[in-house]
Design a protein around this ligand. Structure first.
Ligand SMILES: CC(C)(COP(=O)(O)OP(=O)(O)OC[C@H]1O[C@@H](n2cnc3c(N)ncnc32)[C@H](O)[C@@H]1OP(=O)(O)O)[C@@H](O)C(=O)NCCC(=O)NCCS
Length: 304
């Protein structure tokens, strides 16, 4: 039977298990309006694969949210067929580019990279390093001795002690990159995960706020260090690790076992810092990568 594009209103319940939980809800309405394109593959008796893509017709871009082929059906060309079908549909819709983000776990080879290469996609780029760390390891890191009892002018306190006036001042401060602004993270993470107030801190020097650290809850045992930022003038003072250590101690106290932290390539210095201080402690480091392909739209096809 092979691969085909799912029609508006078609029930694809039996394919739902082939994508991430957060995308399963989207499959209740794979219609033209939602911008979703679902491609399924099945044989006479079984579902074989599912590809989900989300299109933004205004920006003329598409994301592949997930692509999956059942284990027993792999290496028979199913994913390749689904991707080719998608590219044809996107070109027909005049979409100019398509992107796929995926994770390489524990430095294992990721078959999707070969698949994309075979279909003429350019090499992927690193997006983020994802560190997984036991709290136990964090609070006994070899750098802890350097910062633990240091007498200095910096004070760490809970973020919820920050006053309205201080918050207002931060809103207009020019040294804060927009995406790291406390207002974006102090109540919940960008993905809606709840803040953990006991693990979220403000850093002050002579009563001026010069940094912060926000932690969000992934599950009962896992916390995520989502955003830590220090004023550029103070960045060389190991203040970041001081905040992490403090968060680690509090995390232990309230019962968390491990912490996750993602460092984006957009903040290269921060990524290198994490690699140096957290890399040796990590149980595992995953790599989030992004692949991007320019498509040949119908209009351009006339001229080539
Ligand atoms: C990645 C995945 C979708 C590939 O599906 P598939 O149907 O087995 O892939 P295809 O049979 O179409 O393979 C096409 C090409 O991809 C490459 N490829 C596929 N599986 C591979 C593997 N295990 N190792 C190395 N290369 C592989 C090969 O180049 C292959 O061409 P070839 O057979 O001529 O050498 C499948 O392995 C899968 O579902 N993995 C788990 C989910 C996942 O990682 N998704 C990607 C991120 S969202």
């Amino acid at each position: 039977m092979g691969a085909r594009i799912v029609l508006d209103g078609e029930n694809i319940e039996k394919f739902k298990a082939m994508t991430f939980p957060e995308y399963r809800v989207l499959l209740n309405e794979p219609s033209g309006n939602s911008g979703l394109i679902c491609i399924v593959s099945e044989n006479e008796t079984h579902p074989e694969g599912l590809l989900i893509s989300k299109v933004d017709p205004h920006k003329r871009i598409a994301d592949i949210l997930s692509v999956f082929v059942r284990k027993e059906c792999r290496k028979t060309g199913i994913a390749q067929e689904m991707l080719q079908l998608l590219e044809m549909r996107l070109s027909a819709l005049d979409i100019q580019s398509v992107e796929l983000k995926y994770t390489v776990k524990d430095d294992q080879p990721q078959p999707v990279e070969n698949l994309l290469r075979k279909l003429g996609w350019p090499a992927s780029n690193l997006r983020m390093m994802l560190f997984d760390i036991e709290i136990e390891k964090l609070v006994s890191a070899n750098w802890v001795e350097d910062i633990k009892d240091a007498q200095d002018d910096y004070q760490i306190s809970y973020w919820h002690n920050v006053s309205e006036l201080e918050l207002a001042r931060l809103q207009s401060a020019s040294w804060i990159p927009t995406e790291l602004s406390p207002s974006k993270h102090q109540y919940q993470g960008l993905d809606g995960k709840a803040i953990i107030p006991e693990l979220s801190f403000v850093l002050r020097c002579n009563e001026e706020i010069i940094g912060w650290h926000f932690t969000h809850k992934i599950d009962a045992e896992t916390a995520r260090f989502s955003v830590s930022y220090i004023h550029p003038k103070f960045q060389q003072n190991l203040l970041l690790v001081k905040l992490w250590y403090h968060a680690g101690i509090e995390a232990q106290r309230v019962g968390y076992k491990r912490v996750k932290l993602g460092a984006s390539i957009r903040h290269k210095q921060m990524m290198q810092f994490c690699e140096r201080y957290l890399g040796p402690l990590a149980t595992k480091i995953d790599y989030s990568k992004g692949a991007f392909k320019l498509l040949q739209t119908q209009e351009e096809a006339v001229w080539v």
